[in-house]
Ligand binder design. Structure first.
Ligand code: 13P
Length: 256
């Protein structure tokens, strides 16, 4: 059976006001309504999750968090637990985003966050991706290591249908012209599945949903889906522009 596409909106630390957040969310809500084969996950900053959870949105739309603590509860000032996220009726958690890794999050921390997210019954979106590429292909070894260390010792039952967002750091926050080429994305998608097959077996590798993130805009969404062979996107800046995001969602929905 063909998997449903999934488009994740990572708002990062935007927008500044709840009023603006509601506007952006409303745009996504209206666009999601018309989709047949695509799920939409909106990941606002923590402070907006609760008020947005009160809005009625369609069944193919979900709220997600951009991060979660490695700890269950207790004296961890400034942290938000997976249980708290669950209680806000969010269903997804972005884990290991490169912007968090840049703040010191190791593969071991990401692994803990994955475990605790699975334990709570939420769905993690595991982010991987290299800082730079070279002709020798060291980025491939880097990606393999990220996958291996992040999934180490996680029970296979959790890994069925795992969502992996491949986000090459060098392609993040630019324009579609500077995104990774769809052909190169395809190579990496095949590579990620190969690594997954080595680590957890072919069935899990085939069940995984692989998304691309890094300057996805309405202009490059279609060719990334068609040639890149991904099952969706993790969208940053374009997810804050309702018209732009709507086009990306519609593109994802048509390409089945
Ligand atoms: P941009 O779409 O702004 O490049 O961001 C990508 C990203 O980091 C999403 O998580």
């Amino acid at each position: 059976m063909k998997k449903r596409n999934i488009v994740v909106a990572n708002w990062k630390m935007n927008p500044e006001t709840l009023e603006e957040a509601k506007k952006v969310f409303n745009g996504a809500r209206l666009a999601a309504k018309g989709l047949k084969n695509t799920d939409v996950v909106v990941c606002p900053p923590f402070s907006f999750i609760f008020p947005l959870s009160k809005v009625i949105y369609p069944k193919n739309m979900f709220l997600g968090a951009q991060n979660a603590s490695t700890e269950i509860k207790g004296a961890f000032t400034g942290e938000i637990s997976v249980e708290m996220i669950k209680n806000l009726s969010a269903k997804f958690v972005i884990v290991g985003h490169s912007e968090r890794r840049a703040m010191g999050e190791s593969n071991e921390i990401v692994r803990k966050k994955l475990q605790i997210t699975f334990n709570t019954g939420l769905t993690p979106i595991l982010c991987i991706g290299e800082k730079e590429r070279d002709k020798e292909g060291t980025h491939l070894a880097f990606i393999k290591n990220q996958i291996k260390e992040c999934l180490a010792d996680l029970h296979k039952k959790y890994l069925v249908g795992i969502i992996i967002a491949y986000e090459p750091i060098w392609a993040i926050g630019k324009s579609y012209k500077e995104a990774m080429s769809p052909t190169d994305i395809h190579v990496i998608v095949l590579y990620i599945r190969k690594v997954l097959a080595e680590i957890c077996g072919r069935d899990i590798a085939n069940s995984a949903k692989i998304l691309y993130g890094g300057s996805v805009e309405s202009q490059n969404a279609l060719e990334i889906l068609e040639i890149g062979n991904v099952e969706g996107f993790l969208v940053g800046h374009a997810s804050l522009k309702p018209e732009e995001f709507k086009e990306i969602l519609q593109t994802a929905d048509v390409k089945k």
